[in-house]
Design a protein. Sequence first.
Length: 148
Amino acid sequence: MKNIANIITGSRIVFSLSILFTPPLSPIFYVLYGAAGLSDMIDGTVARKTNTVSSFGAKIDTIADFILVAVCLIKLLPILDIPVWLWIWIAVIALIKVINIISGAIISGAIMLKRMIVLHTVMNKITGALCFLLPFTLSFIDLKYSAI
């Protein structure tokens, strides 16, 4: 029971990799994607409630997040018609994220400690939730509207 949070995080990796073998935006895609998202929402809470927060758990959570994002990009980019203006916004948002990570590392001295600092602000959480919901909207809202 003491590793339940890490097991939940590990399930996100399994769900994410399973998405690679499903047709994009199919019912099974949505089930696996939703399960991966749910695991992302609850693993940290479970770790805090069970007093099992660990450095390993934080690292595997970051790895699981990266795998989910990479798999979704692999599955969704080929089927989406992304307008140029949206690519520009994506680049601007990515640049802002990188600047925030670098400035957080410099301010906290994390570079010397070889740690990565990611701020878990309310706006970061809202942005993450909206990005997570995007695939669910693709079947009934045009990408150019949902991206706004």
